[in-house]
Ligand binder design. Sequence first.
Ligand SMILES: [Zn+2]
Length: 373
Amino acid sequence: MISKTSWIWDERFLDHNTGKVQYIFEGGELVEPCDEFENKHRMTVIKEIIEKSGLAKHLVRQLPYKATDKDLLRVHTKDHIQRVQKACKAGIRKIGPEAYASSETEGIARLSAGAVMKAVDTVMEDEMISKVYAQIRPPGHHASSDQAMGFCFYNNVAVGAAYAIEHCGLKRVVILDWDVHHGNGTQDIFYDRDDVLVISIHEAGYFPLESGQVHEVGQGKGEGYNINIPVPPLTGDEGYRYVFESIIAPVIKQFQPELIIISAGQDANALDPISRLMVTREGFKYMANKIRELAESYCEGRLIIAQEGGYNLAYLPIATMGVIEGLVGVDVNWKDPHVLPKRQTPSALFEAVDDVIKYQKSIWEFTEKETFC
Ligand SMILES: [Zn+2]
């Protein structure tokens, strides 16, 4: 079977403006050190690296469409949609916890959700294309049915999964969220359903705080269909491989999905300013490759990778390049220029300290080593 890969992108995604990071001091003194982490430059650098690395020649360009009220109402309340609309119209910047908007945001958020629906249309109807990379913003996985949060307004992957079930008649969809933050909104939306298996691998004890713990397994009919995999800082490529082999692959095999959607935040990358998970381009390539193989085994290759977070402008496009290489099944002949730290263990630190002591002990006295945690 010939299977091409689609790349969904629209220049209008650049119009959503989140403003600046703001530090407000006593008396209202304001410091704005830089653009908000979720900004349009993230998209520009990803697009540029797709085009200039040669990856674009493996991809079929498609345009998204906007999700309608009916589409959004599959997973969001009417109140939520109206609140987002009103706030954007009034020019209110902060719509929810760490959810920053501009007047254009509501329309662009519909385009972002509609892009995942377009991806569903494509993998269900186009006999030549079974895989999609949707390069979208704003992201969506923190948006619950009734709240905007963490740069997210409408839950793009949830809108897409609900559309696949209600419009296309699918019975089993997997959403795998590898963004470094817990996909709390997606969990909330499908928590009592058994037709959408939600798996989230994220940094333990991070954002949202107290969310994404292992005991959150779903409820009612949905019990067992929500899997949280909180992993410690410095997990790295090898750690992710271990999680894929020991949890994700066997569960997907048993669930037998008809479609796999990835909430693909590359903010687990080794240089990201707001995470510590140390995944490299090779790690992301492995994950996309592995999930493509699973999709080919169980759901005729139907796989949608939808962009979520990722905030280091130098490394986000390289990590995303790894994702697309794995999705398409090609290797770009280009060496990652960054020397990335390897995962270290406490014993490695003990060895490093011992080494220093070995060379210095004739001059200095050292105390007995203490353990640390
Ligand atoms: Zn994230």
